[in-house]
Design a protein around this ligand. Sequence first.
Ligand SMILES: Cc1ncc(COP(=O)(O)O)c(C=O)c1O
Length: 414
Amino acid sequence: MTNEIKTFETHESEVRTYCRSVPTVFKSAKNATMTDENDKLFIDFFAGAGVLNFGHNNPLMQKEIIKFIQRDGVAHSLDMYTDAKRDFINSFVKTILVPRGWANHKLQFTGPTGTNAVEAALKLARKFTNRTEVVAFSRGYHGLTLGALACTANDNFRSSSGVALEHVTRGTFDDIDALDKMKKQMTSNLVNPQLPAAFILEPIQAEGGVRVASKKWLHAVQKFAKECGALLIFDDIQGACGRHGSYFSFDGMDLNPDIIVLAKGLGGYGTPIGMLINKPEVDKTWNPGQHTGTFRGQGISFVAGKVALGYFEDDTLNNETIKKGNIIKDYLKELANNYDDIVEVRAKGMMIAIEFKSAAITKKITEKTYKHGLIVCICGSGDIIKLIPPLTIEYEILNRGLKIFKQCVNEVLG
Ligand SMILES: Cc1ncc(COP(=O)(O)O)c(C=O)c1O
């Protein structure tokens, strides 16, 4: 029997999530489309939660991966040296670090999930400063392991921790007055000020519903961090690798974080890499093996990740991302003009949020998008739909996906 989901429902954990809104069995995927076992084609505006910036089965990566496997390249190496890892590092240094004046920054490979990379960043900051408290911000999402979860704001995720989520002070995202207030509170006790080890934030919040921090606020946080001897950690796990029309979400703002956290799109093909970019003086804090992990040397991820870096050797992809992002934004803003139930459209590059008046509305819309063959995701408090198609999506497919989305919104709100 095709399209049999009983196996999953019978044997797989209740913790399953995305599959519940797309309850079918996929058999293949190409660039921005996925096909299920009944040969139904879905347009993918979700891209593996922002992993597949370069599309499903990117042909350039596929070619290099096949070559690598056929030559018996080293698929797994812990953190032993391999030629594939050296090629990835050299490309990253040349394409990303050198143009930003960060040639001496250190690349730290962590376990391959975003949340493990966040754990490493928090540990490093606490060790470097010899302090415990960390400041994280409202609506921030940093992963679900305990240290990262303590920084994540969403109560739905926090409620399953089972233990107290401690040593995190919650600031208000993109709010200068609130930052000033926090500064006063932290420094008011002159004898024993409660100063943090780090400020961790997404310069553009993704799961929080596409919220773009102002340059002014980001500089104010950076300044405060510097003044009080705390580190500035940018979690660019979902925002980097070209999503907003530049390699990092904060490019062009003259910011200088102490630690940048990357994962998701870094491995290119959906093949995972978790990585920190550490200022050299901060990185010196580590002793060998203090944040080790088995899966830090994934050969196939390095091969595909190196191809992904090739997209940033010139501005072609970034320009296309801005152009396609504008098409989506304009289309949705026009749609929003028709309905009071659409609160706002927010966008930067190809990460676009459309906020509705209630989670009940987004639920109805995503039932329709599934039926009509479009994959989207809900974020925020359930009242926001986020569109993050692969950056490489064809214009024709993009326009088809937008038409389906509009039809679904019209069916629910019209
Ligand atoms: C900004 C940000 N940080 C951390 C994470 C956690 O990454 P992972 O799910 O790979 O653990 C995510 C995942 O969505 C994210 O968007």
